[in-house]
Design a protein around this ligand. Structure first.
Ligand SMILES: [Zn+2]
Length: 201
């Protein structure tokens, strides 16, 4: 079996670790990059290095941010009594686009997935709990993805939060089941937020 030169194989291996990139795609992208002018490849490499160096997670909500706190956490006009819990910072962008939500966020950085060995301890659940009292939170909207992992995460959080006397709501169904929030159109996600219901857990 023919093998690639070590630097080429290293590039293919790294690309293959990215989400949604299978071995075939990794090879295709690697060879595309090798054909690029050095300047273009350098720009891509620099944008990765720079984003990693300058962007980190918000100390409070785990959104991506350039400072210690993200712009949504430092915006006093936002309603601190409502927290929208999402899996990923990308979902914040999706919810913001609906224009229906003016509270704060909390990013779990994933969802419960026993198959992948991800339990509540691997997510930012404890960090959510410590925010509730100091920030005067009255409602937590569970805005995790409408798939198995997202539902399991929402149920887990509902059971944890309801005894604390908070209003715990889940975005309404109507979103494509098994899908990702970020692919839902603004209108559908906006309606799902508006039609959120109390969770019986
Ligand atoms: Zn934040």
């Amino acid at each position: 079996m023919a093998t690639y030169a070590p630097p080429v194989q290293a590039l293919i291996d790294e690309l293959g670790r990215l989400p949604g990139i299978g071995p075939k795609s990794a090879q295709r992208i690697a060879f595309h990059l090798l054909k690029l002018p050095a300047e273009d490849a350098g720009r891509l490499a620099r944008s990765i290095t720079e984003a990693k160096a300058r962007v980190s997670f918000c100390e409070r909500c785990f959104n991506v941010t350039e400072g210690p706190l993200c712009p949504l956490c430092t915006d006093d006009r936002r309603d601190a009594t409502v927290i929208c819990v999402v899996e990923d910072a990308r979902d914040i962008v999706a919810v913001e686009k609906t224009g229906e939500f003016h509270g704060r966020y909390h990013v779990l950085l994933g969802a419960i997935s026993p198959i992948d060995g991800i339990g509540p301890d691997q997510l930012k659940v404890r960090e959510l709990l410590v925010r509730l009292e100091p920030e005067g939170v009255q409602e937590v909207i569970l805005c995790t993805n409408p798939n198995i992992e997202g539902e399991a995460t929402a149920m887990y959080l509902a059971r944890l939060l309801r005894p604390l006397g908070l209003r715990v709501t889940r975005i309404a169904s109507g979103l494509p089941v098994g899908g990702d929030l970020e692919y839902a159109d603004e209108l559908t996600l906006g309606r799902a937020l508006e039609g959120r219901r109390e969770v019986d857990a």
